[in-house]
Design a protein around this ligand. Structure first.
Ligand SMILES: [Zn+2]
Length: 113
């Protein structure tokens, strides 16, 4: 498992954007404009709001907990690896849901089925 933070999401925005829209010729004018705007940002400092403003939606920066579906500042990512090691499923959980899970697990005890 590893911790994913909002800042990490923000830091990765430009690389993910470029991966999705690598060349100018395949992009709309709007996408080229966004690429240019994103390239100017200091991703170590820029706020999420600014990126949402540039791209026009929050899917590039949101960090959704798979249990409560809320946008979070940080989540823990559990990874289920398949045998071929290249493909995997992941599950992101916020601290609150993780605590709830731990509480239920404790309450469950050891003798029940
Ligand atoms: Zn949650």
């Amino acid at each position: 498992m590893r911790i994913i933070t909002k800042r990490k999401r923000i830091k990765g925005v430009f690389d993910r954007w470029r991966k999705q829209y690598p060349t100018k010729k395949d992009c709309t004018e709007e996408q080229v404009k966004i690429t240019k705007e994103l390239s100017k940002l200091n991703l170590n400092r820029v706020g999420e709001k600014k990126i949402i403003e540039i791209i026009g939606n929050k899917t590039w920066t949101d960090l959704i907990c798979d249990e409560c579906q809320e946008d979070q500042d940080k989540v823990v990512r559990f990874i289920e690896r398949y045998e071929d090691k290249y493909e995997c499923n992941s599950c992101d959980l916020c601290l609150s849901c993780l605590k709830e899970g731990a509480k239920e697990m404790n309450a469950f005890g050891g003798n029940q089925e």
